[in-house]
Design a protein around this ligand. Structure first.
Ligand SMILES: Nc1ncnc2c1ncn2[C@@H]1O[C@H](COP(=O)(O)OP(=O)(O)OP(=O)(O)O)[C@@H](O)[C@H]1O
Ligand SMILES: [Mg+2]
Length: 269
């Protein structure tokens, strides 16, 4: 969310009542969300409040449904309250223990981070998902990319916001070069470091689950390699990190063209 778009916190009545007396510390701004840590005066109860604009590329209703669906299956927060007003969705979550992985890049090398996070990726990918109501497959993702372009929610760090032409050209490429059969597993959908909490070298929580659901496993593998390049500022290491992730994951003969395809999907979402 841009600085211009950010506003103070004016809560809907039910949330205001629930958080009466809590201190609210703003801890995070992304280009779509704001997050506050809400602490009771005695410090005995802590929640995280996520606020998204209703008119944005983020689907808060789905994020709330995914979190509920994952209860008892993986270590995720619980939804304490979900509310909206005329402009925003508000998702109030219980606190999970641990430190976000991007704040541990001095403690762990990229290789160590891969050894910590790939088992968590595999655990998520091994969840049974038959009957799961979410669709994150390629057709759904390509549809979402088109919707984002048409509503001007394209990535402003990659595409010139004044011209949709470049983005539409890339979308045409993606549509005409889809890899063969999708190898569907339950994916996170945004497998980047800030979305995992760690304690003692292990993942303690999966966060930010708005794009989770059945998709090809290469989606998470490609996002993870991108996040390592970005967080460790080693922008030329994408293929190197992919090789290490594949080895740790146990994929002996990677499909590199599929990996590049999902890299581009990532850039457009
Ligand atoms: N339930 C929670 N427990 C502990 N920390 C949390 C929790 N929810 C969020 N956080 C903290 O807030 C940060 C941002 O949260 P999150 O990743 O959900 O927001 P976001 O990336 O802006 O979301 P989105 O991609 O939906 O816009 C996390 O990296 C983590 O530090
Ligand atoms: Mg996040």
């Amino acid at each position: 969310m841009s600085r211009k778009d950010r506003e103070g916190l004016h809560l809907p009545a039910d949330l205001k009542e629930m958080l009466k007396g809590y201190s609210k510390r703003s801890i995070w701004h992304s280009y779509v969300a704001d997050v506050w840590k809400c602490i009771e005066p005695e410090g005995s109860s802590v929640y995280y409040l996520k606020r998204h604009k209703i008119k944005s590329c983020h689907d808060s209703v789905k994020e709330c449904e995914v979190i509920n669906w994952l209860q008892g299956k993986l270590s995720v927060p619980s939804v304490k309250c979900f509310a909206r007003d005329g402009k925003y969705y508000y998702l109030l979550l219980t606190e999970k223990p641990g430190i976000p992985a991007h704040r541990l890049i001095r403690r762990y090398s990229p290789e160590e981070m891969i050894r910590i996070l790939v088992p968590a990726m595999r655990e998520m990918h091994s969840l049974p998902f038959s009957g799961c109501p979410f669709d994150e497959g390629l057709t759904a993702k390509l549809k979402r990319i088109r919707h984002n372009i048409e509503h001007n929610f394209i990535r402003k760090d990659i595409y010139n916001p004044k011209s949709r032409r470049d983005a539409l050209k890339d979308l045409d490429y993606l549509q005409s070069h889809t890899p063969g059969q999708e190898d569907l597993v339950f994916t996170h959908g945004d497998f980047c470091l800030p979305n995992f909490l760690l304690e003692d070298g292990k993942v303690t929580a999966y966060l930010d689950l708005g794009e989770a659901g059945p998709c090809d496993r290469y989606m998470d593998i490609s996002t993870f390699a991108i996040t390592l390049c970005y967080n460790y500022k080693r922008y030329d290491n994408f293929l190197h990190y992919c090789r290490l992730i594949f080895a740790e994951y146990g994929i002996a003969d990677p499909d590199w063209s599929k990996l590049h395809y999902y890299h581009l999907i990532n850039e457009m979402l």
